[in-house]
Design a protein around this ligand. Sequence first.
Ligand code: UGA
Length: 479
Amino acid sequence: MTIPYSSSPSPFSPAAVTEVVAPPSGAAKPRLTFLGTGYLGATYAICFAELGYEVLGVDVDADKIAKLSAGEVPFHEPGLDLLLRQNLAAGRLRFGTSYEQAADFGDVHFICVGTPQQNDGMSADLTYVERAVTSLAGALTRKALIVGKSTVPAGTASWVQQLVGKHAAPELEVEVAWNPEFLQEGHAVEDVLRPNRLVFAYESPWAGGILYAAHKGVFDLAATEEREVPVVSCNFATAELVKMAANSFLATKISFINAMSEVCEVTGADVTLLARAIGYDPRIGQRYLQAGIGFGGGCLPKDIRAFQARVQELGAGESVRFLHEVDLINQRRRTRVLKLATQLLDRPFGPAGPDLSGTRIAVLGATFKPNTDDVRDAPSLAVTTLLHKAGADVHVYDPQGMDNARTVLPDVTYEPTLDAAVAGADLVCVLTEWGEFRNADPTGLGQLAAGKIVIDGRNCLDPALWIAAGWEYHGMGRS
Ligand code: UGA
């Protein structure tokens, strides 16, 4: 489905709002619903209940709703379980599967459903957004604000407005707003309670006022901590692009340092020192310059592809062509470990690629980054697949991601502990920078391994410590 793009934005120009609007339900504060209780929606629902709102989380997946209602977060996110249980107990938070219940309960409805990459192309699949909006709009019986949070292509907010126009009774004057989110997995509770900025797009003073009221808890918390939360009020197109631009910039920064790490490898330089040295320039900054096996997860890879696809549709493809290169650099990082492993294990490169048969490799890390159990497009699992396909006997350990990894990649051996994975290995590959790996004792591990060779795919180990313990250490982009 290609969504139409309206090039004539609304004449309303959103200015900063600081006045709350009375909720249509008659409640003291707007009652909030979060439609879609995946990673994004569940985290927001729980955290906004923590901020003092009455919240309903809605999902079509009854199992997920049953778990959440029973106080169990269906994914790993530090600190979220406790907040879920506390807010269920306080009676501010509930979960359900009914859009009628959502329509009856809420004043402000946040669309938090997934926008995955389409199976047959690079674009975002908006099926779930369409289903959530039409189901809700058709069930509404009073005025409400529908707020898009899902990451979407430019033009989606106007299209949602049209859907609402078709499915909600016109006399209700249901409005649409856009409010992109920037939370990072593993850090999500902090990112929601204490965001570094908020982006509000809306097309009437009423929508701005109720959106502000729906975030007053965030501003109040900031005030008690003597912080300010910057707000950017803008039109729909800007809000949609802010999210795409932010993720594109982050992906570009990572691919930049990974490209530098390739150059470091042929020149004998050390990319970790290079990153530190350039990062002292405040215009560059130290963060997001960690070279390694590249970015993964459910956001950056799919977002840079969906962005290219959409901008191409809109006739400005050249402007984001560099994102194709960003993607290519990122994909190359995944094959780097395979090549290095083949060299280090002194194995031949046959006509069908490297032959690692007869070798045993320990893979430490399956998730796309630490402090999550998310394995979506995880570079670690992509590398594991390559090692396995090359014939290696691969033994994987991850502190949180084993169940999800097993579902995606059932053919390798999963070990219950770090020690069990390393025991008998000819080569150890550290592919996710979990604290458990960074703090592991290289001397003890050296006694378990068959060969003391380590590839540090995330440059997260202390080379001096590992070398002193007798290991042959290989980082990414480090001589
Ligand atoms: C990303 C963005 O950081 C969030 O701001 C955004 O809200 C989110 O996507 C989203 O669109 O929902 P997330 O996917 O949780 O958040 O992950 P990041 O922390 O950004 O990490 C992405 C990948 O980049 C990971 O695989 C990580 O290991 C890798 N990375 C990160 C590097 O390889 N090097 C770095 O220096 C930083």
